[in-house]
Design a protein around this ligand. Structure first.
Ligand code: AMP
Ligand code: ZN
Length: 470
């Protein structure tokens, strides 16, 4: 499989450290508010990647953190703490907020068929691990204490900016608008590993540490949690593109300094979902959620299809007309699958089935081209193979695409009244009665109605025509 690696800025053959096994890490949500559908675009695409790796035969172990502490809204080391902000907004404790929005996040994921990672670890579970790592960085000379906090010293690195895709403006941490420079830092790119002092003294959650009562910086979470569950060599690390800098850059700085070797080989970044006014963002206030889509009558899986129809490395612009199109496409797809003929698979299907499967795999092997994979799904419906072979192949592809197609088609088929024996005869009699009425042959029309009545069929005459039921 070819995958675009943000670290090398090229598409590379994916080769895990250990043959057949993949260690995959995902930056989890900050649980101070509902996830918006932009966040969920990232989780959908990561889910497809994980499922495709499993489909390809890899034994995948995937871990994800839950950021329930110490995530600053500016992404620098100053600014308002998101968790505290959420708690204040809702007059709840930070832990109440975290619990509520963690559950809401997984409910959204379930509605979107996003699998829960093998390991989900809230940051507040791992304070001893963070402290061990900060101690190690201090011992090795990569960190220093200043003004009550512990900072990572970026001047100790040969190369700090490992991802090259950032505007100069983004790189200027500490001089961005609204971000105050932190006088404790030796270098403007240094970042906090452990806080005991910050401008928000009302931080609710604090823990004892060798540096005093305090709490961890954001970036240390992912370094320590991935090390705890996936070990010192990782294959694949995922997140939205905004995570590349400073978050992932700082994760790499800490982890590789602490471990003394290269840490993670492939970095997978999903471009943003934008709306008409630009990037969708929780801090902007008004944003779209899965429940809002549901309230408006959309199936969350139509949103999943909408995401799959474009490449993860392209910015995706949301608008309602596009979601309408995706919903229509989804419904039609389900209807076509529901209408597939029953019957046994034909041995003659094997060759065409293999060709269709190859098309699907080639699409995803090519840097996860999900829109071509969806096209391969339509090709199955058009193919000259039996209904049974089509259904089997659609089910197979959907273990990766996660559109719940066979389930939705089965529900649709169940809801539609099954055609019964004798229906055709009744239809013919109803048509004959309609023709008799048209010719003003009412005696004949009445005769047919009585005949149908004897057969247990009731007629309902409406403006649009005659319907019947048993
Ligand atoms: P957060 O909960 O803010 O930490 O973000 C959770 C995930 O969503 C991260 O991987 C972010 O990079 C990603 N993300 C944030 N905004 C967007 C967006 N507009 N579109 C796609 N992904 C996003
Ligand atoms: Zn992270």
């Amino acid at each position: 499989m070819l995958i675009y690696n943000s670290l090398t800025r090229t598409r590379e053959e994916f080769v895990p450290n250990e043959p057949g096994k993949v260690k995959m890490y995902t930056c989890g949500p900050t649980v101070y508010h509902f996830a918006h559908i932009g966040n969920l675009r990232t989780y959908i695409m990561e889910d497809v990647l994980e499922k495709y790796l499993r489909y390809a035969g890899y034994d995948v172990k995937r871990a994800m953190n839950i950021t329930d502490v110490g995530h600053l809204s500016s992404d620098a080391d100053t600014g308002e703490d998101k968790m505290v902000k959420g708690a204040k907004r809702e007059h709840k404790t930070v832990m109440e907020i975290a619990r509520f929005y963690t559950d809401a996040f997984f409910a959204d994921c379930a509605a979107l068929n996003i699998k829960t990672p093998d390991v989900v670890e809230p940051a507040t579970n791992c304070i001893p691990e963070f402290i061990t790592m900060v101690e190690g960085l201090l011992e090795k000379g990569y960190a220093y204490e200043a003004g009550g906090n512990v900072y990572f010293d970026t001047s100790k690195l040969e190369k700090y900016y490992v991802f090259g895709e950032h505007d100069q403006e983004d790189l200027a941490v500490g001089v961005r608008e609204g971000v105050e420079a932190d006088g404790n830092k030796k270098n403007k790119t240094d970042f906090v590993l452990w806080f005991t002092k910050s401008k928000f003294e009302d931080q609710e959650l604090k823990w004892e540490s060798p540096w005093g009562l305090g709490y961890p910086g954001w970036h240390i979470e992912c370094s320590a949690i991935s090390l705890k569950h996936l070990g010192p060599y990782m294959d694949l690390h995922c997140g939205g593109i905004d995570n590349a800098f400073p978050h992932h850059t700082n994760e790499i700085a800490q982890s590789e300094s602490y471990l003394g070797h290269k840490w993670c080989n492939y970095w997978f970044h999903v471009r943003h979902l934008n709306d008409a006014s630009g990037k969708m963002s929780k801090s902007k206030g008004a944003f779209l959620t899965v429940s809002l889509l549901q309230e408006k009558g959309y199936n969350p899986l139509a949103y999943r299809l909408f995401c799959l129809q474009s490449h993860y490395r392209k910015v995706l612009v949301f608008d309602w007309a596009n979601l309408d199109n995706a919903q229509t496409a989804y419904d039609k797809l389900v209807a076509r699958i529901a209408a597939l003929e029953d019957g046994p698979a034909d041995p003659a299907d094997a060759e065409e089935t293999e060709a269709l499967r190859r098309r699907f795999q080639e699409a995803l092997d090519n840097d996860l081209n999900t829109s071509l994979a969806v096209t391969a799904l339509y090709d199955v419906l058009k193919a000259k193979i039996s209904g049974a072979a089509k259904r089997a192949l659609i089910g197979e592809f959907d273990t990766v695409l996660g559109l719940g197609l066979l389930e939705a088609a089965a529900r649709k088929a169940e809801a539609a009244p099954a055609a019964q024996e004798g229906d055709e005869e009744i239809d013919a009699l109803v048509a004959a009665r309609t023709a008799a009425k048209k010719e003003k042959n009412f005696a004949e029309a009445d005769r047919i109605r009585d005949l149908l009545k004897d057969m247990g069929v009731t007629l309902v005459d409406t403006k649009e025509g005659t319907t019947w039921h048993r």
